[in-house]
Design a protein around this ligand. Structure first.
Ligand code: MN
Ligand code: MN
Length: 316
């Protein structure tokens, strides 16, 4: 039986300001609806250390995704012509219990992964990448990661807590979820506590590309090197919106100046084409600090670009 493909609801069938606010106005589906790719929201921000609000991002990103059309004019990707893609809604976390919520997320992703679907996640703060990586590595083995962020998110603890939005990559290493030689962190910057703040990552074998190395240049050459070093194994793409400069993405919780441009963000994701991507996320959008909606709109575009580089996408 030929699989039924879904197209985003056209702006000529329903005004873009109308209709249900699913991601890209795709159908709302159940976890077990035989999807190739599932957009999924995690309305979680109880791991946040500074400005809160990321729990509101899945809805806001869905709303601001309403302008997205199906065909990628730059890369010629036509994802909906080859993949069955829909929005499977949100994970029902417990906003009063962080550790329980982390378990809920892991179990929810296990169920989704058991269907064969590739998850593209609308976060949520960056804590959520830990349970997602747990579920993914159980299925695929140790993962390579492309991590875009102003921060390494590899603290040992925050206020004595081991699971926060500033600690997921240290926990992931400790738990054997990652292949450290196949991890790259791009966009790191800002003030620190000590000179060696980013060195823990390097000691794990990660490639760390600080923001200053990215200034004034195209990141396409960097991504050619990254793709070569990541090889043919499974790769996860984790994109913290604060990796981009607050001029482009002010609506976030832990702002650092001197970040990447929007077009560099596009280059990073487009440079992942050809990798064996097994999932991706866009985290740390905080709608209360996003007075224009442009941060969520940019986040929606970055999630669409992730879809466009997944294995199996046709190019026309
Ligand atoms: Mn982060
Ligand atoms: Mn960050």
């Amino acid at each position: 039986m030929k699989k039924q493909l879904f197209q985003p609801l056209s702006g000529n069938a329903m005004p873009r300001c109308g209709g249900p606010a699913t991601f890209m106005r795709l159908p709302a589906c159940e976890l077990d609806d035989g999807l190739d790719v599932a957009f999924i929201g995690v309305p979680f921000d109880i791991g946040t250390s500074n400005r809160p609000g990321a729990r509101l991002a899945p809805r806001q990103i869905r709303d601001e995704s309403r302008m997205l059309r199906p065909y990628n004019m730059a890369t010629r990707a036509a994802p909906f012509d080859g993949l069955r893609v829909a929005d499977v809604g949100d994970v029902a976390i417990n906003t009063f219990n962080l550790l329980q919520s982390v378990d809920i997320i892991e179990r929810h992703y296990e169920r989704l992964l058991s269907t064969g679907a590739t998850p593209l996640t609308l976060g949520g703060d960056h804590t959520i990448v830990l349970p997602i990586l747990r579920a993914l590595s159980r299925r695929h083995g140790p993962l390579g990661v492309v991590h875009v962020d102003a921060h390494a998110d590899s603290n040992d603890e925050m206020f004595g807590e081991k699971i926060t939005h500033g600690t997921p990559f240290r926990r992931a290493v400790e738990e054997g979820l990652l292949d450290g030689r196949r991890v790259v962190q791009i966009g790191l910057r800002g003030t620190g506590y000590a000179a060696d703040d980013f060195d823990w990552s390097r000691q794990q074998g990660f490639r760390v590309v600080q923001a200053e190395e990215c200034w004034y240049r195209s990141l396409a050459p960097l991504m050619q090197e990254v793709a070569a070093s990541l090889g043919s194994g499974p790769v996860y793409l984790s994109f913290d919106i604060d990796g981009l400069d607050p001029a482009f993405a002010p609506g976030t919780g832990t702002v650092e100046v001197g970040g990447l441009t929007a077009s560099q963000g596009l280059e990073i994701i487009r440079g992942c084409r050809g990798l064996r991507l097994v999932g991706g996320d866009l985290v740390e959008v905080s709608p209360p600090y996003d007075t224009t909606g442009n941060t969520a709109l940019l986040g929606a575009n970055l999630l669409y670009e992730m879809l466009c580089v997944l294995p199996g996408v046709p190019y026309r």
